[in-house]
Design a protein around this ligand. Structure first.
Ligand code: AMP
Length: 227
């Protein structure tokens, strides 16, 4: 899996790149759980900061709810702090980071300090219509169960099958915000494909429309770890 400039002294570093709704979160959680790797999701870290009402959480709130990106400076600082605490022997899977060229440049500067480099960038791809339905159709129960009104609806509209409680439609999953998130991806994040393509062999393309298990197996085969 290792390419020039990868991780000579530690576990591999893999970036999951792709538009919102393509399944980076689900796949990242599974990879890290099964392989014992660290899972670094800047979206999760920001949501935690909001719940904890930290300064970062307060600053990030309006950007997140509007579907815009949180400014690079805040994100880079957050990831730097996180990298410092990582155990060197474990692999790392980044999900939702980097999302801009300056973030990718900052990661490329920070990783060598911890004996690492980017070993693989997995580009998950899906049709825009699928992505729109996957995100804007998402509804969650207060008990954590997640439905989708297009692909996995509850028996009774707007109500959890298990608890009977009203389902929640996250602010950043509302249709207008989803459109913004998809546009922001095209404008600011998609250029990362060109950025990483400068290193031959770094990018591995995977069809994100396939079933969850198939996508997971494809990712593992692309990065050279056993399925
Ligand atoms: P996610 O769960 O990865 O889709 O992230 C949710 C929201 O958090 C995004 O819509 C952004 O507002 C913000 N966010 C997460 N990661 C980043 C990042 N690397 N750069 C800027 N904003 C981010």
């Amino acid at each position: 899996m290792v390419v020039d400039g990868g991780s000579p002294e530690g576990g591999p570093v893999v970036i999951l790149l792709g538009p919102p709704g393509v399944g980076k979160g689900t796949q990242g959680v599974r990879l890290s759980r099964d392989l014992g790797w660290a899972h670094v999701s800047t979206g999760d870290l920001l949501r935690q900061a909001r719940r904890d009402r930290t300064e970062l959480g307060k600053k990030a709130q309006a950007f997140m709810d509007g579907g815009e990106l949180v400014p690079d400076g805040l994100i880079i600082e957050l990831v730097r702090e996180h990298l410092a605490g990582l155990d060197g022997g474990r692999g790392v899977v980044f999900d939702g980071f980097p999302r801009t060229v300056p973030q990718a440049e900052a990661l490329d500067r920070a990783l060598p300090d911890v004996g690492r480099g980017v070993d693989a960038v997995v580009l998950l791809e899906a049709d825009a219509e699928t992505l729109f339905k996957r995100i804007s159709g998402r509804r969650s129960s207060p008990n954590g169960r997640v439905y989708n009104i297009y692909f996995d609806p509850p028996a009774r509209e707007g109500v959890c099958d298990e608890t009977g409680e009203p389902l929640i439609h996250r602010e950043d999953d509302k249709p207008d915000t989803v459109r913004t998130r998809l546009e922001v991806y095209e404008e600011l994040t998609a250029p990362l494909v060109g950025y990483y393509a400068r290193t031959p062999g770094l990018i591995r393309r995977v069809d994100g429309e396939a079933g969850m298990d198939e996508v997971q197996n494809a990712i593992r085969s692309e990065i050279g770890v056993d399925a």
